[in-house]
Design a protein around this ligand. Structure first.
Ligand SMILES: [Zn+2]
Length: 422
C-alpha cells in the first residue's frame, strides 16, 4: 500500500466519521434557545391564579380559567395599564401566549399594554364575550411597538367579562367535546394511552374500517405539542374530519387504512397557558430521541405496542401539525430514501396548484433533529411531514386547505397501497 493510498483511505474514514458525527450533533434549529435538546425535566414557574384589581379605578383582569396566561397587572401611568406575561421557564422560543378576562365596576374604556418577559409580542389579540366565539381585535384598538416588543389594546369594559386571548381558546374541554362527538361514529375509537406530567390523560383516536384479517396501511397524526399553536390544531381537526367524512374517497380510504391520531399531545401546556413547553419545562418536539418526558414516551410506547401487535400493518405516512408565521411544510430531504418515496413533495405540489393565490413554502431538512416526524421515519421508514400553518391565516381558508390536503393524501395513499399490495 502506498503512502498516498493510505492517506486517501484515512481521509475517507475521517470524512465518514465526520459525516456521521455532524448528523448526530443536532443542538437546535436557528430559532431554538440554547440547550433545547437537553430534555430532562426543568423547574417551571407556576402561574398564580387570581384576579388583579386596580381598585381605585374598578378595573379588573383575571387568569382564573383553563388556558389563561397573565402574571401581573398594574397601572403604568394616567392613561395606560400594563399586563405582564411571563413564560413557564426560560430560555424559550418566542411564542408568548396570553389569555385573560377583563371587566370593570362601571363602564369604561381603557388602554392595556401587553409586556412580555423573555419574549416579544406575536399573536394578534382575539376578543370574545362568551369565551367561545372569537374575533380579531379591530385595528383602531390595537397598536404594536416593534422597538420594545409590546402591544397596546383598547378595551371597552363593562361588568360582564370580556375575554382577550392570543388565539381562539381551545382547551382540553373543547378538544374532548370534539373528540367525543367524533367517537359517536362506529369507526372512530378513543382510548387513554398514558398521562402527562400533571396526570392529564393523553388520548388516542383510531379511525378505520379495515375488515378483520386484512392488512391495513397506517397513517400517524400528532398535534398540539406546542400549546399556542391553535391554527395547527384547527388544521389537524379539519384534516381528521375529512378522513372521517362520508365522501366516497374517505369511505374507500377507511377500508384500506387505519388512522392513529394523538391530536392533543401537550394537555398540561395548554391548560396552564404555556408558551411552548410541557409541565416538565421541555419542548416536546425535541424529545423524540431521549424520551425524557411522559407525553412523547406514552405516544411512542403506544404506537410500538399497537404496531407490534399487528405485524401485517404498514406505516405509510406521518403528519405532525404545528403553527408558525407562514404556511410551511418541512419534508424529509429528497436524497433520503423513504416509503413511499417522495410522497410529501408530490402531494404538496398538487396542493399548491389547487390554491394558486395562497403562499406555501417547502423547506426540506435532514433527519438529525429529535422531532416527531424524524422518529416516525427512523422507526418505520415511512415518509412524514411537519405541517405548519400560518398564525394569521383566514380560518375558512385554513379549513379548505386542510380538507384538500386530506383528499389528495387519501387518493395518493390508496394508489400507493394498491401498487404495494400487488
Ligand atoms: Zn410547533
Amino acid at each position: 500500500m502506498t503512502f498516498y493510498r493510505l492517506t486517501g483511505i484515512l481521509l475517507l474514514v475521517f470524512l465518514i466519521v465526520q459525516g456521521c458525527k455532524s448528523s448526530e450533533e443536532f443542538t437546535g434549529f436557528s430559532y431554538d434557545p440554547e440547550g433545547v435538546t437537553e430534555t430532562t425535566t426543568k423547574k417551571i414557574q407556576p402561574q398564580y391564579e387570581h384576579a388583579f384589581g386596580i381598585t381605585a379605578d374598578g378595573v379588573w383582569l383575571s387568569n382564573e380559567f383553563d388556558g389563561a396566561r397573565l402574571n401581573n397587572f398594574y397601572q403604568l401611568n394616567d392613561t395606560l395599564y400594563q399586563a405582564v406575561i411571563s413564560p413557564e421557564n426560560a430560555p424559550i422560543n418566542n411564542s408568548p401566549w396570553y389569555a385573560f378576562k377583563a371587566w370593570a365596576d362601571q363602564d369604561t374604556t381603557v388602554w392595556v399594554q401587553l409586556y412580555y418577559e423573555d419574549g416579544e409580542h406575536r399573536y394578534v389579540p382575539k376578543i370574545s364575550h362568551n369565551k367561545t366565539d372569537w374575533t380579531p381585535i379591530e385595528d383602531k384598538n390595537y397598536r404594536v411597538n416593534h422597538q420594545n416588543g409590546t402591544a397596546q389594546l383598547q378595551l371597552q369594559l363593562t361588568k360582564e367579562p370580556l375575554w382577550i386571548s392570543g388565539q381562539e381558546l381551545r382547551t382540553q374541554d373543547w378538544f374532548n367535546q370534539w373528540a367525543d362527538s367524533m367517537a359517536q361514529q362506529s369507526f372512530v375509537k378513543q382510548q387513554t394511552i398514558g398521562y402527562s406530567h400533571q396526570e392529564r390523560p393523553i388520548r388516542r383516536m383510531t379511525i378505520t374500517e379495515v375488515p378483520e384479517g386484512e392488512d391495513p396501511g397506517v397513517v400517524i397524526i400528532t398535534g398540539r405539542l406546542h400549546p399556542p399553536e391553535v391554527t395547527g390544531q384547527m388544521a389537524a381537526i379539519a384534516f381528521i374530519e375529512e378522513l372521517a367524512s362520508d365522501s366516497d374517497l374517505a369511505n374507500r380510504f377507511r377500508q384500506q387504512f387505519e388512522i392513529i391520531a394523538y391530536p392533543f399531545a401537550n394537555p398540561d401546556g395548554v391548560q396552564n397557558g404555556h408558551w411552548r413547553h410541557n409541565a416538565g419545562g421541555v419542548d416536546l418536539n425535541r424529545d423524540w430521541k431521549n424520551f425524557n418526558q411522559p407525553e412523547p414516551r406514552a405516544i411512542r410506547d403506544d404506537l410500538l405496542e399497537l404496531l407490534d401487535g399487528n405485524p401485517n400493518s404498514k406505516v405509510y405516512y406521518g403528519l405532525d401539525f404545528h403553527s408558525t408565521n407562514e404556511n410551511i411544510f418541512y419534508p424529509i430531504n429528497r436524497d433520503i430514501e423513504t416509503f413511499p418515496e417522495d410522497f410529501t413533495y408530490q402531494w404538496v405540489d398538487e396542493l399548491v396548484k389547487a390554491f394558486p393565490d395562497t403562499k406555501f413554502t417547502v423547506e426540506p431538512f435532514d433527519t438529525s433533529s429529535p422531532i416527531t416526524k424524524n422518529w416516525i421515519y427512523k422507526t418505520f421508514g415511512a415518509d412524514a411531514v411537519t405541517y405548519e400553518v400560518d398564525d394569521n391565516v383566514d380560518r375558512q381558508k385554513l379549513r379548505e386547505v386542510s380538507q384538500k390536503s386530506a383528499q389528495i393524501i387519501m387518493r395518493r395513499l390508496l394508489e400507493e397501497k394498491s401498487e404495494n399490495d400487488n
